[in-house]
Each structure stands twice: as structure tokens, then as C-alpha cells.
Design a protein around this ligand. Structure first.
Ligand code: SF4
Length: 217
């Protein structure tokens, strides 16, 4: 009698790690509290930021804020991925990594949207840092900014000036936090999200007269 086909299991090929790091959930809080994951290893994807949803197979503005393990500079792979395939925190991997099996993503899909962490879960409430992050979030709300960018790209000069002022505000906040609070600049993608022009590529087209395709002199 033929032996039953073994259930497929993870081959630890590293493919999923090369496609990006996990979003964090409440179950991952111990990794933060134990210092296994640090703010410099994280990035905040803000509400309204364009994201690729690998489970839903969609690309579009994120309906809510989420915190992820950062990608390597200039790439997509998870910052904690090591080649040959290995994870720097494999023994205590984040929830999504433990649930993900690329041949059968049902387990990941079941928990994917639940109990996601945001900055509010990770920054001391009422602290100067929390207040500055909340101020930055409110001033540079990405949904509102996307609307301003559309107006600016269509030739609305007042909207263009507002977009440019918000881009300057974002840059100033990225200097202020390290200068006033002593923050490591590597933690800014977590505390403030990615720079506005990365979080919202339409911003570049909005503030450069003639749009993205204007030739340099
Ligand atoms: S945390 Fe580890 S297992 Fe998860 S995506 Fe990154 S390298 Fe892969």
C-alpha cells in the first residue's frame, strides 16, 4: 500500500522574508519589551499610505496604521533576513512569520488583520515623544495631503504651497526629534513613518512645477 503523501511543510527557503518583513500584532509585544525588536528595526506605515497587501492581493492606501519590521535599505527583504536563509530572531519569530506558509496562507490570512500594533501601543502615552508624533500625524494626514497633491498637480498654486509647507514641516520634525529628544535618526521611520515623499510619491509631482517628468535644467 502506498504511503500517504506527507503534508507540505515550510522548506525555510526564505522567499517570504525576501518579499518583506511582518506587520506586528499584540502577540509580538514581548519581542519589543525584551528588546529583541527595537524601534530602529521598525517602520510605521501610516493610514493612507500606499501599501501592497500580499494576502488580499491588493495595492492601495492603508485603511489603518501598522508597524512592520523594516526592509533592508533600498530593497524589500526583511531587515532580519540573513543569507543563506535564516532569520536573526528565528527562535522567537513574530506572529505572522510563525503563521505564514507560502503554499497555504490560510493560517496567516486568519490572523492577518487582527490586533495589529500601532505607534500608540509602543510609545509611552502622554510623553513629549507621543505628543510630537501625534502632532506630526495630524498635520500631515496622508488622506488630506493626497487631496492637496491632486489639486496642486492640477495647477492649484495655493495647494502647491500648502504641500510644500507640509514637506518642510515633515523635514523639520525629522531634525527636531533627534536634536530635542536625543533620538537615534534610524528610529524616525518608526516614530514619524517614512519621509512624506516616500509615503506619498504624488507629493513630488505636486511640489515640482511641471510634475515628475519636468527635465532638470
Ligand atoms: S522576522 Fe525573520 S522570519 Fe520574519 S520575515 Fe523577517 S527574517 Fe523572515
Amino acid at each position: 500500500m502506498p504511503s500517504p503523501t506527507p503534508a507540505p511543510t515550510c522548506r525555510r527557503c526564505g522567499r517570504c522574508c525576501r518579499l518583506g518583513g511582518p506587520a506586528l500584532h499584540a502577540a509580538d509585544l514581548p519581542l519589543i519589551h525584551q528588546g529583541r525588536l527595537t524601534p530602529a528595526q521598525l517602520v510605521t506605515l501610516r493610514r493612507g499610505e500606499g501599501v501592497t497587501d500580499n494576502v488580499a492581493g491588493t495595492v492601495g492606501p492603508s485603511p489603518a496604521e501598522l508597524v512592520k519590521v523594516r526592509p533592508v535599505a533600498g530593497g524589500r527583504a526583511c531587515l532580519l533576513y540573513r543569507d543563506p536563509p535564516a532569520c536573526a530572531i528565528h527562535d522567537a519569530g513574530p506572529l505572522e512569520c510563525r503563521a505564514l506558509f507560502c503554499d497555504d496562507p490560510a493560517a496567516l490570512a486568519a490572523l492577518y488583520a487582527a490586533d495589529r500594533l500601532t505607534r500608540a501601543d509602543l510609545i509611552e502615552p502622554g510623553s513629549a515623544l507621543a505628543e510630537l508624533c501625534a502632532h506630526h500625524e495630524a498635520e500631515t494626514d496622508l488622506a488630506r495631503l493626497a487631496g492637496l497633491c491632486r489639486l496642486a498637480a492640477a495647477g492649484d498654486q495655493a495647494a502647491r504651497e500648502q504641500v510644500a509647507a507640509l514637506a518642510r514641516f515633515d523635514a523639520a520634525m525629522r531634525e527636531l526629534l533627534p536634536a530635542r529628544l536625543g533620538l537615534d535618526p534610524d528610529t524616525l521611520p518608526f516614530y514619524l513613518g517614512r519621509p512624506l515623499a516616500e509615503a506619498l510619491p504624488a507629493l513630488r509631482a505636486a511640489v515640482i512645477p511641471g510634475g515628475l517628468y519636468k527635465r532638470r535644467p
